[in-house]
Design a protein around this ligand. Structure first.
Ligand code: PLP
Ligand code: COI
Length: 364
């Protein structure tokens, strides 16, 4: 199937969730537990390409127990959000998600999906499940496109068959209780990625490998795990599911560089662009954990924040490890630069500010 000849078979869910039940679910949906009535599905077969695109009722999958993904983890995903704007809905930089999906596919020896097909799947799902987009402040429809290898074969090789799917979840804040700031725990033994590995790909395996460190963070009273580089165990890389920024007393910002070991976040990229447009200096440069501690103590470092689709922009108040902890600025409140950047980004995403970069796409 070429992207020019996209035909989606629309099979409406014959038994959607009743309106009253849906409304009740939307009051306080949390993150990732409330799902919509439909899903998008496209199949891929080697030699034939992408075929059988459908929007249909969300339902459990039937997979042969020898399906490739269940053994060798050929799985990639994306995370993006649709926002309510008036009577319509918008997506933020969905083309960037489509491109990153293909770069992840490439790393995992999976077939690329034409960008038009990716975008069409997402837009059609948002359209058909429009009633599930929360309307309250901070609410959105979190969209999860993903692809799995489905060939029934136990030999180690790229699968000859794949399933691309999109599901959607009505969400509020990622962090429980909608806290102002989060605390991070420096992962002691586990690293996330090494050069040449899969750190820049959004593959499920990266997250599986992060769970032990994340559990360690929670055990130590922190919200997220902070990964250091795999070689020197010194350079700050990113959090389990977010990129990281630092704000200094001269008003400049810094964020770890893209050298193949961290996810090239779309929020990260957007914030670099927005901050520079506001006249701020942004360095994409390595920052050492011991320097962070020194700078937090001296006051040279004023703010730090995590950013990503799920987390939006969340200030980091505390950094902890077995050697002790240190705080940044007022550990319970975000700093002014973080707040301003967050407002700038969110206003663009919600159509409340001019969109000079053409990032927002209307779905309906
Ligand atoms: N880093 C990791 C490991 C992530 O899972 C995410 C979330 O997608 C990000 C960074 C932020 O990426 P984005 O801003 O594109 O959501
Ligand atoms: C996102 O922000 O979209 C993520 O993927 C982070 C996490 C939910 C895995």
């Amino acid at each position: 199937m070429s992207s020019e000849s996209v035909h989606f078979d629309l099979r409406p869910n014959p038994a959607p969730v009743a309106a009253a039940e849906r409304e009740a679910l939307l009051v306080n949906p949390g993150f990732g537990r409330v799902f919509t009535d439909h899903m998008a599905v496209i199949q891929y077969t080697e030699g034939r390409g992408w075929h059988d695109a459908r929007i249909e009722a969300r339902t459990p999958l039937q997979l042969d127990p020898a399906s490739a993904v269940l053994h060798y983890a050929q799985e990639i995903f994306e995370g993006m959000k649709a926002y309510r704007v008036g009577d319509g809905a918008v997506l933020f930089r969905p083309d960037a998600n489509a491109r990153r999906f293909n770069s992840s596919a490439n790393r995992m020896s999976m077939p690329e999906l034409p960008e038009a097909l990716f975008l069409e799947s997402v837009k059609r799902l948002v359209e058909v499940d429009r009633a599930w987009i929360p309307t309250q402040a901070g609410g959105s429809l979190y969209i999860r496109p993903f692809m799995i290898g489905t060939e029934v074969f136990l030999g180690v090789k790229p699968s000859a068959q794949y399933l691309f799917m999109v599901i959607a979840s009505s969400v509020g804040s990622y962090f429980k209780g909608g806290k102002e700031t989060v605390s991070v725990w420096i992962s002691q033994n586990d690293t996330r990625a090494a050069k040449g590995g899969t750190g820049a790909a959004k593959c499920g395996g990266n997250y599986a490998a992060s769970l032990r460190a994340q559990a360690e963070a929670i055990r130590n009273g922190c919200d997220q795990t902070l990964f250091l580089d795999a070689v020197e165990r010194r350079w700050v890389e990113e959090l389990g599911g977010m990129n990281i920024f630092f704000v200094f007393d001269d008003g400049s910002l810094a964020t770890p560089p893209l050298e193949g070991t961290i996810l090239p976040g779309i929020t990260r990229d957007s914030l670099i662009t927005l901050a520079r447009a506001q006249g701020l200096t942004v360095r994409e440069a390595p920052y050492a954990i011991d320097q962070w501690k020194t700078d937090a103590a001296s006051g040279r470092l004023k703010e730090a924040f995590a950013c990503g689709t799920a987390a939006v922009i969340t200030p980091i108040g505390k950094v902890a490890s077995p050697e002790g902890s240190f705080t940044i600025g007022n550990p319970d409140l975000g700093g002014p630069v973080t707040k301003r950047l967050r407002a700038t980004l969110v206003d663009i995403q919600l159509g409340q500010a001019a969109d000079p970069h053409g990032w927002v796409q209307r779905v309906f």
